[in-house]
Write a protein that binds this ligand. Sequence first.
Ligand SMILES: CSC[C@@H](O)[C@@H](O)C(=O)COP(=O)(O)O
Length: 336
Amino acid sequence: MVEAIIWKNTHLELLDQRVLPFESRYETLHTAVETANAIRSMVVRGAPAIGVTAAYGLVLALRQDPSPAAFAEACDVLAESRPTAVNLFDAIEYMKTGLGDLEALANPAEKAESLAIAYHQDDLQKNHAIGKHGASVLDGQRNVLTHCNTGSLATSGWGTALGIIRQLHRENRLNMIYADETRPFLQGARLTVWECRQDGLPVKLVTDGMGGYLMNEDMVDCVIVGADRIAANGDAANKIGTSMLAMAAKFHDIPFIVAAPTTTIDRRTPSGKDIPIEQRPTTEVSHVRGQAIVEEDTACMNPAFDVTPASLISAIITEEGVFRYPYDFSKAAKQA
Ligand SMILES: CSC[C@@H](O)[C@@H](O)C(=O)COP(=O)(O)O
């Protein structure tokens, strides 16, 4: 399975997800500023992967300068890289809390390194648990529609929504994955299809507008997606285009499942209305692989995420188990 984030003791290596699937090259990072730039420019993307990368970014920062002022600045620089995925803020908070008083530590960078490695490994374990819980709420053989990339490229390995799909495959219950291309950055076409093909999972690429057709024709019987931030009431922000799939799934009465580690649940944000939605450069819409597809002065917009209302989500699967509507994350998750 591909490794998107590799910690090398002296530096961080990230698989450059902007150039997949035609090129496979790693970017080498030595500072928190380089790490923040890599997150912003989507060298690495996917909520859990962004969190893990930020944790390592703080190790790099402490290696450069262990003073509390420099560390606070590095936290701010990383926090400003992308606004929606709450895992970024979870990771920064985890590192701050774990480190405590920097001046009381003999070797802050060493302590930070062990914290970041633990965070990375923990995310991988969470992914496997999500896969098992998610597969157990779906009976029989399945044809799955998924959106964006939620696999090993977007996490520490295995995946969240794709982790459930991998588990179905392990149990010989996966007929076909229909992967939305996911305009404009094409995470589905470039990343999910590539990842599935690498790992021998059956996959067909479809365009973002084909979900209704697939449901009308009974070609898919569930939709499984990830999330970048889940509000306290269960509203879930995920890649732009997700909420349309939830509406179509409701109409066709097929399960719409959101899979995410608990690090994606933001208990401090009451509802989806309060989730900040990243607006990315409009050139991502007006251009495909650097090539303009509209006249130069065409007005475009590029919200990177949308919010699916909790009432349209059949189940939220975390490493702790299964949550059902109405969502209350203060109660224990059910074991499927
Ligand atoms: C396990 S990844 C979950 C989400 O982060 C994923 O679905 C998604 O929307 C990623 O968006 P991206 O803009 O590629 O970072």
